[in-house]
Design a protein around this ligand. Structure first.
Ligand SMILES: Nc1ncnc2c1ncn2[C@@H]1O[C@H](COP(=O)(O)OP(=O)(O)O)[C@@H](O)[C@H]1O
Ligand SMILES: [Mg+2]
Length: 366
């Protein structure tokens, strides 16, 4: 798929910007701070309704204002769609698809698929578990937009259960509080096991690609492996019923600790992905260069899995070529040749391999 036209109004530093994109690779070039990443961030936001850089929408709107607009023409399976998204902060977003307002903005999810690879991705290796949970959850949403509901229902239940635990004030719960807690346990287990089961299935879809791209990008055969890491699940694959049982058992086991701490201590909100390079945890063991290789391999794995599932997602490479050595650059080029649309950002043209420079979009100095 591809985005052929993009208009930004009051999105980040862009007051009014209208762009046209061709298929294939387009390189957006301009000095640092000019708003290159902001452009690809807008495309990513249209696809996911979230930014790859900030967790709240406020910073996406031009300073001092409360509304931004991103409009695009996208082509998917040779069919054209017109998306018009208004970001209100504070306030709720509004999405118009082909002239008709959607009841819920999230109904847009699934229309546009984007895979973005950016310097922030080093956090996948070096950062906190929340970054890795987001990695698998975003992939899950791209495969099946319904996944956002599974997640939000789990989060809603978790919040309410935490409120109850906190309200107990470390005291032994009364019978009625105990009954309420058990009701929340049931909900938490239902939504949590669905969440974990989907993550496990989707992680499995990435397994062979991760091993493959791990080898391609690093140029040797140090195996790259990702496992689901949870304090309460066995490492072998298990059914959703077994996941639910394990979760339930674990909740009963740590019940006293949870009352003491006033917070839910186990569940998918605490799980992680374990990234192993040559059987060693990449976090703390992989060098800077190896970490980049792992990050590329992870993103390309997602890209490939989505490509098998549907048509090509839009591939975004934000400021990455400057960070890569010759070998990694040329391996990346091999992989991305033939991709329906790739958007590349760079501060300096020299950093981008020549074969990717046929379409250039120059942002000037103003
Ligand atoms: N909400 C905002 N309103 C106005 N300007 C913004 C906003 N958010 C970011 N900027 C500006 O955008 C610029 C950074 O844009 P970015 O796309 O990251 O640059 P680059 O071209 O280096 O990728 C900075 O100058 C920053 O001040
Ligand atoms: Mg940038």
């Amino acid at each position: 798929m591809q985005v052929s036209k993009l208009s930004l109004n009051d999105f980040r530093n862009h007051k009014n910007l209208n762009l046209t994109f061709s298929p294939g690779a387009t390189t957006i070039v301009g000095p640092n701070g000019r708003g290159k990443t902001n452009i690809v961030e807008a495309v990513h936001y249209l696809a996911t309704l979230s930014s790859h850089r900030v967790s709240q929408d406020g910073p996406l709107i031009r300073s001092g204002l409360t509304t931004a607009n991103v409009a695009a023409t996208v082509i998917k399976h040779d069919r054209q769609a017109q998306v018009d998204l208004t970001i209100n902060y504070p306030g709720v977003n509004k999405v118009i698809l082909n002239g008709a307002a959607l009841t819920k903005p999230k109904d847009i999810l699934g229309l546009i698929n984007v895979v973005i690879f950016s310097p922030e991705d080093l956090d996948l290796i070096k950062g906190e578990p929340t970054t890795r949970r987001r990695f698998i959850d975003e992939f899950s949403t791209s495969l099946s937009p319904k996944f956002v509901n599974t997640r939000s229902e789990y989060e809603r239940t978790l919040k309410q259960r935490n409120t109850l635990l906190k309200s107990l004030g470390r005291r032994n719960p009364t019978e009625s509080a105990r009954a309420t807690l058990e009701a929340w346990n049931e909900q938490l287990v239902t939504h949590g096991s669905e969440l974990v089961s989907t993550r496990l299935q989707n992680l499995q879809k990435l397994e062979s690609h991760i091993l493959n791209f791990g080898n391609i990008i690093s140029g040797n055969s140090e195996p790259l492996v990702i496992n689901y890491a949870s304090s309460w699940l066995p490492s072998e694959s298990i059914s959703i019923i077994d996941i639910a049982n394990k979760f339930q058992t674990q909740l009963e086991k740590i019940y006293k600790d949870e009352v003491e701490r006033g917070v839910t201590l186990v569940g998918p909100h605490r799980d992680d992905l374990e990234i192993l390079l040559s059987n060693m945890p990449a976090k703390g063991y992989a060098s800077h260069g190896q970490s980049w290789s792992i990050a590329i391999a992870l993103r390309l794995s997602i890209f490939t899995a989505l490509r098998i599932h549907d048509d090509d997602p839009i591939l975004i490479l934000d400021d990455v070529f400057a960070e890569l050595d010759e070998k990694r650059r040329s391996r990346l080029i091999d992989v991305i040749s033939g991709v329906e649309q790739t958007l590349i950002t760079a501060a300096v043209l020299d950093d981008v391999p020549k074969v990717l420079l046929s379409n250039q979009l120059l942002l000037d100095d103003n």
